[in-house]
Design a protein around this ligand. Structure first.
Ligand SMILES: [Zn+2]
Ligand SMILES: [Zn+2]
Length: 344
């Protein structure tokens, strides 16, 4: 018997959340109700906590979920009860010019479960069938990376890396390391990751990335100088996976002439950085953004299944729903934390 209420993390306004009983409804036609196995907490959830990114209230966050199918709405025939599935939390309006020309990521109504609609930091999650992907046979500790891995796949779609190139990735958070691994398997001859978090760098080495560079808080100039030396004329791809404006500002000078800078980490909306337009012009640099994901979950699950993207050792912390505040603290400021997951 399914209960008529469930527990969920609920924000009524920025920075103010409670964990409480909320009504649990049946799935409507075309919908799937999942019993949440676990869900990843990520930097975006910290932005949501502050009222940033794409939000409306009341909000239940949680956009990186894996669960088991618990009930099927009328007409749902691609899943069976008990099946392990991952969720693509993102959706668009389907009607605007961007959606109708296949550029769904640019939809002004982009959003979804865990941002605009109730997400998975709850006992149950209800989503339309088309947002659900079978993760049968995958360990839930691997499948929980489906959404961040989909963001990494999209980053690769944006970069279209050429064989034999070099890449520098700032930031060794989970999504940064997923992207770095895909760069390596997409033909980059050498991938360097740079971060202030030593345990994460060690994990990057365990995952097979070529070089790990430990940055020191407050010594950015020295670190940039050292990385420039290692880049030996610049990296073909310089990727920011930190979302930290001071770091993003230094990406351009580390790119090889003709190279590409990718802004992949989530910055604050009011951040501004200073770069030299002359340098971009003279050295024919490309600056690109990579925003979220919309149709790359199947590719992500395939890469997770084959081991092309490895996640072993990435989950370091697990919290119950009641400890959502502690989970966010871990993501925010615990250098020993890597992937933090919520387990209802
Ligand atoms: Zn995320
Ligand atoms: Zn649209």
């Amino acid at each position: 018997m399914t209960p008529s209420t469930m527990r969920a993390v609920v924000y009524d306004q920025p920075r103010e959340f409670t964990v409480k009983e909320v009504p649990l409804r049946d799935p409507e036609p075309g919908e799937v109700r999942l019993k949440v196995v676990q869900g990843g907490v990520c930097g975006t959830d910290l932005h949501l906590h502050e009222g940033g990114f794409i939000t409306s209230y009341p909000l239940t966050p949680g956009h990186e979920n894996v669960g088991t199918v618990e009930a099927l709405g009328d007409g749902v025939d691609s899943f069976r009860v008990g099946e392990l599935v991952a969720v693509n939390p993102n959706t668009t309006c389907g009607k605007c010019p961007a959606c109708r020309s296949g550029d769904r990521l640019y939809c002004p109504s982009f959003g979804g479960w865990g941002t605009l609609k109730p997400g998975g930091f709850a006992d149950y999650l209800i989503v339309p069938e088309e947002q659900v992907f079978s993760a049968e046979g995958l360990d839930p500790d691997v499948a929980v990376f489906a959404e961040p891995a989909a963001c990494a796949v999209h980053g690769i779609e944006i970069l279209q890396p050429r064989p034999g190139t070099t890449a520098l990735v700032f930031g060794t958070g989970p999504t940064g390391l997923l992207l770095a691994q895909l760069l390596a398997s997409s033909g980059a001859a050498h991938v360097t990751v740079a971060s202030i978090a030593e345990p994460q760098l060690r994990r990057a080495e365990e995952l097979g990335l070529d070089s790990a560079y430990l940055m020191v808080r407050g010594r950015l100039d020295d670190d940039i100088a050292e990385l420039a030396k290692r880049g030996d004329g610049g990296f073909d791809y310089v990727i920011d996976a930190t979302g930290v404006a001071q770091v993003q500002e230094r990406t351009v000078e580390l790119a090889r002439s003709g190279g590409t800078v990718l802004l992949y980490g989530v910055a604050h909306e009011d951040d501004r950085i200073a770069i030299s337009p002359y340098e971009v012009f003279r050295r024919e640099l490309t600056i690109r953004g990579s925003f979220a994901e919309i149709d790359t979950v199947p590719a992500a699950l395939a890469a997770l299944r084959s081991g092309r993207i490895r996640t072993d050792g990435l989950i370091t912390h697990r919290f119950g729903l009641d400890d959502y505040g502690a989970a966010m603290d871990a993501v925010r400021s615990d250098d020993s934390a890597h992937k933090v997951v919520m387990t209802p």
